[in-house]
Ligand binder design. Structure first.
Ligand code: ATP
Ligand code: NCN
Length: 199
């Protein structure tokens, strides 16, 4: 006890998790010297109410498979037990209460960061947590004006851009195309075995 742990949080839908997610999480962990990075598989992003989402347990299992040999990267079902939709401030409140000696740093894409002042209770989030932002295609790393009076603990994660998305993977599966370069082999196998993304 008493050790001050530093954990990075990477929230997403992960339907499915792909190699760009893993590469980014590794860069995040290494560049910030974090003990661990948790992939928070979100049951329901407050801004994405897409009913065609794969079941929570499939998305979690794929994240587990993708990360089982990745040191310091863990798939987390923490948000499965919280109220929906999964507002990040609620998740973070709960984590702070449960793990008071741990510092949680949020990983946020440049696209999400540009709109961060629209996140529920965003000032509360920034008061309690450092944030790491990484570039995404088409988004500049500028801090929203509404946040400029805040004392931000902000770092930038530099990572070569990989043009891969879960949307593209789902589409390729539906079209019967190969996805072996885009997801890890065990995830490809899981998708096939369970007939995911065929409709
Ligand atoms: N190719 C990529 N490079 C860098 N970051 C990515 C990439 N793909 C996804 N991310 C980041 O990972 C986070 C979680 O991923 P998410 O589950 O939304 O995947 P996605 O591929 O963007 O999904 P979808 O295509 O279904 O919207 C996203 O908010 C995004 O910031
Ligand atoms: O809390 C919010 O208001 C909020 C608004 C938009 C997105 N989020 C979270 O941001 C994370 C990334 O979302 P996404 O869909 O871009 O992968 C995911 O954990 C969402 O729950 C959170």
């Amino acid at each position: 006890m008493g050790t001050h742990r530093r954990i990075g949080l990477f929230g997403g839908t992960f339907d499915p998790v792909h190699i760009a997610h893993t590469a980014l999480a590794k860069a995040f962990r290494r560049q910030l010297g974090l003990d661990e990075v948790w992939f928070l598989v979100t049951p329901q992003n407050p801004w994405k109410t897409d009913s065609r989402l794969s079941p929570d347990h499939d998305r979690l299992e794929m994240a587990r498979l993708a990360l089982e040999n990745e040191e310091g990267l863990t798939a987390s079902d923490y948000e499965f037990h919280l109220e929906k939709p999964s507002f990040s401030y609620r998740t973070l409140r709960s984590l702070r209460t449960e793990f008071p000696a741990t510092e949680f740093t949020l990983l946020i894409g440049g696209d999400n960061w540009a709109a961060f002042d629209n996140w529920a209770e965003h000032r509360e989030i920034l008061t309690h947590h450092p944030v790491a932002v990484y570039p995404r295609t088409g988004s500049a790393l500028t801090t929203p004006e509404a946040l400029q009076d805040m004392e931000l603990r902000l770092s930038i994660v530099t990572q070569p851009l990989l043009d891969i998305s879960s949307t593209e993977i789902r589409r390729r599966v539906m079209e019967g195309k190969r996805i072996t370069d885009l997801v890890c082999p065990k995830v490809a196998e899981y998708i096939k075995k369970n007939g995911l993304y065929l409709r």
